[in-house]
Ligand binder design. Sequence first.
Ligand code: CA
Length: 470
Amino acid sequence: MNKRLLWVIMAWALTLAACSSRQSPPDSAQPLPVATIVAASSPTASPPTAADTATARPTAADTATARPTAADTATARPTAADTATARPTATATATATPTAIPTAAPTAIPAPPAVADLSIALEPLAAELSQPVLAVHAGDGSGRIFVLERAGRIVALAGDGSELGTFLDLRDRVGSDATEQGLLGLAFDPAFAANGRLFVHYTDKDGDTVLARFTANAERSAADPFSQATLLTARQPADNHNGGMIAFGPDGYLYFGLGDGGGANDRYENGQDLGTILGALLRLDVSGDSAVVPANNPFVSREGARPEIWAYGLRNPWRFSFDRLTGDLWIADVGQGDWEEVNVQPASSLGGENYGWPIMEGKRCFQSDSCRQEGLTLPVAEYSHDLGCSISGGYVYRGAAQPALQGVYFYGDYCTGRIWGLAPVAGNAWQAAELLHSDAQISSFGETEAGELLVVDYAGKLFRLVSRGD
Ligand SMILES: [Ca+2]
């Protein structure tokens, strides 16, 4: 780009940064500084469906049960308005292209097995954890497993499950009074071994959402709690539906799932509102000092839309994951009163998907008279509340130790401990099968560095998911 254009962009970015450093009124749609204004081909995203004027169904009682994700036990907070704003960040400068995570050539994708023929078991790996909600690896060759305890501690385990110690303790700033609040997400930079960076999503003491970066020591054995760089905050109108997951995509960008703000039945009408980052999956470039919006995010040119949004129409995308082989994105969205769902976004997606909430709950009409489904992306699998109450999305198995499970997506239910396998079958269809009815309170799944799958039990245990009978 020529110098004059660059100067204009810099001046614009400076103005933007200056504006965003002032207190802004709610819903003023402050974009994050955009790093590069290169003419990225703007994908044609499906338009948001017209606002739904139907009244909320009088279903789904807000019953109080102690579970981390689905319970609609929200305490309404004084300010209902979504005031999610990007943090005042440093001057936008062109950032380096984030480290892309390579995926294998499509020809290497093996056909998954018939899921109904599978048999699985859980093998104990660790215990005496305190309300664990996620297990991830650092991708640094160490083979370590990092477990998030909801109150705010990250515990490092060796590959055999033995405890190595506290990796990062944020209990002094994490709020976890309500069951869906706490330390909810962790993603290590794809270049963590080289740069020591990790990213954390937590609820602060005021009940609001914080996305922050921390830096590990030279040995990568612990992270410094004083190294926090806050990248994005969002005010939460209620204490539930805070989303949780953060994960790097194969494009090197950080994806961040946020719930609809809480209460029940999309009380704050965020699900179909592109003007808020709540009820959406965000896509951010965090390779520089601050979080910036990739120039080819789907709504960067749409007036009134938050440019951070990659996809929307989500109720509470507590857990999502990328298939490490194909790059496909699997989003499990926690349902309201009747249906839990799994959505698949192909790696070729340009973003902009509308996953339907609250027009739909699963594949069913929810809050709509007309139930217009044009432009909506419906789930590939769902299960009813006869079988559970809160989905915890897992991973596509791509490890080596369990060849029978190759290519199968596993997910489970927090309330009943059921675990299902899901895979594509001929005719552009999907097959799901319940494979295990465990005793675990499945808060999450996990993936080791080698691609083996873990099951996180909120009651304090960690298991390996293994094939039985081959
Ligand atoms: Ca949906």
